[in-house]
Design a protein around this ligand. Structure first.
Ligand SMILES: Cc1cc2nc3c(=O)[nH]c(=O)nc-3n(C[C@H](O)[C@H](O)[C@H](O)COP(=O)(O)OP(=O)(O)OC[C@H]3O[C@@H](n4cnc5c(N)ncnc54)[C@H](O)[C@@H]3O)c2cc1C
Length: 353
């Protein structure tokens, strides 16, 4: 644990210096990703049997919170890889052997595109359909949101089965982005986190083998929560922490900031305690979503308080406050299921004046 703490300080410092360009440039943040690789971060989540460090979930949470404070764009790219890794770890041995040893050594990038089963396009016909075909499945449609798609070798994705007998059943699988019929769209023009290189992926008659399946066919493979898990709360807490630490620095010379810093610092440590308590404790969906809503509001409010105090100077790049304020908005739309959106909206609908 000690050497990870020493490493993370170096990683955080280097990532912080690159954070503005990672946020602004719609290009894979090569330098930032190299910082993660050299700092050993890419091996944290991979079990030792596949060549990784096999850190506990709590150790990873602690590290990821620090990364989220230093550079949300890179921390977000990492979080999508980690979500893919978690699914592969639940899958068959062949897929673990195919992807995890390379992932532990920082070779290739894995990502995830499952929002079409959870928080995106739920009011429309299924975005990505799968049809049993020649011993595997044929995929047609779109994976609307895939972070880091242009730099990825494969995406963990989900589709709905077309067949009427299995109507509504889902499959989760690993899709190589080299498969014929896979078309990666250009990175979207995002308001923040441009370096996350998020694209739509179109599938036209793409064939996958049954060996590529991670789960299913079955119903509600992603559980009832459908997003808003502890990992997203952790990154929101990290981002809020960037602003709270900045307020702490200001409070050293500006007495009027002391109370504001103490207010947000108190909430941060309370939420951090709740988050760490939930790790490994199988929290109820309601409790996890409540924490996610709280962390989102903390990120929005702490960054905006920092903007008020940093004044016009904080509105001008590369001052970090302008970046944090824009990035906090991301938590209103990323992996933000209806109960979280409703709770945050309720706060916004509160009395004004
Ligand atoms: C930068 C970024 C990166 C992301 N990366 C990933 C990723 O790597 N992997 C992943 O799985 N997901 C990812 N997501 C997806 C994310 O988690 C959410 O699923 C996504 O933000 C939902 O937005 P949507 O526009 O697709 O929602 P939708 O619900 O599909 O809404 C689309 C449009 O339809 C309208 N609409 C919504 N509901 C209704 C209704 N009932 N009737 C009529 N109109 C309606 C909305 O106003 C909206 O304009 C990412 C999102 C963002 C913004």
């Amino acid at each position: 644990m000690k050497d990870i703490r020493a490493n993370i300080c170096e990683v955080v410092k280097s990532l912080g210096a690159l954070a503005e360009s990672a946020d602004r440039d719609a290009a894979w943040p090569t330098a930032s990703w190299e910082v993660l690789d050299k700092g050993g971060v890419l091996s944290w989540s991979i079990p030792t049997e596949f060549g990784g460090r096999g850190l506990s979930t709590l150790e990873q949470m602690r590290g990821n919170e620090s990364l989220g404070a230093a550079c949300l764009t890179t921390a977000f790219l990492l979080s999508q890889r980690e979500a893919a890794v978690r699914w592969i770890l639940k899958g068959p041995e062949t897929l673990k052997q195919r992807f995890l040893p390379d992932a532990a050594r920082g070779i290739g990038y894995l990502t995830i595109g499952i929002s079409q089963l959870t928080t995106s396009r739920q009011h429309c016909a299924p975005a990505l359909l799968a049809e049993p075909f020649e011993g595997g499945f044929r995929l047609d449609g779109v994976i609307p949101w895939v972070t880091g798609a242009s730099g990825a070798q494969a995406v963990v994705a989900g589709a709905v089965l077309e067949n009427s007998q299995t109507g509504g059943e889902q499959i989760l699988f690993v899709l190589s982005l080299k498969n014929p019929g896979v078309k990666i769209g250009p990175p979207m023009a995002l308001s923040a986190l441009a370096g996350s290189c998020t694209s739509e992926i179109r599938c036209e008659g793409v064939w996958i083998s049954r060996e590529d399946l991670l789960a299913g066919p079955g119903r509600e493979l992603l559980g009832k929560m459908g997003g808003g898990g502890l990992e997203t709360s952790c990154l929101a807490l990290g981002l809020a922490g960037g602003a709270i630490d900045w307020l702490g620095g200001e409070s050293q010379t500006r007495p009027e900031v002391i109370g504001i810093f103490n207010h947000y610092e108190g909430i941060r440590s309370e939420f951090r305690g709740t988050l760490h308590g939930m790790v490994g404790a199988a929290p109820t969906p309601e409790a996890a979503l409540k924490l996610r809503a709280g962390c989102t509001r903390l990120a929005l409010q702490a960054t905006q308080a920092a903007l008020i105090l940093s004044k016009g100077s904080g509105f001008v790049a590369p001052h970090p406050v302008q970046r944090w304020v824009r990035q906090a908005l991301f938590f209103l739309v990323w992996s933000c299921p209806r109960p979280v959106a409703s709770e945050v909206l309720e706060g916004l609908l509160g009395k004004i004046g």
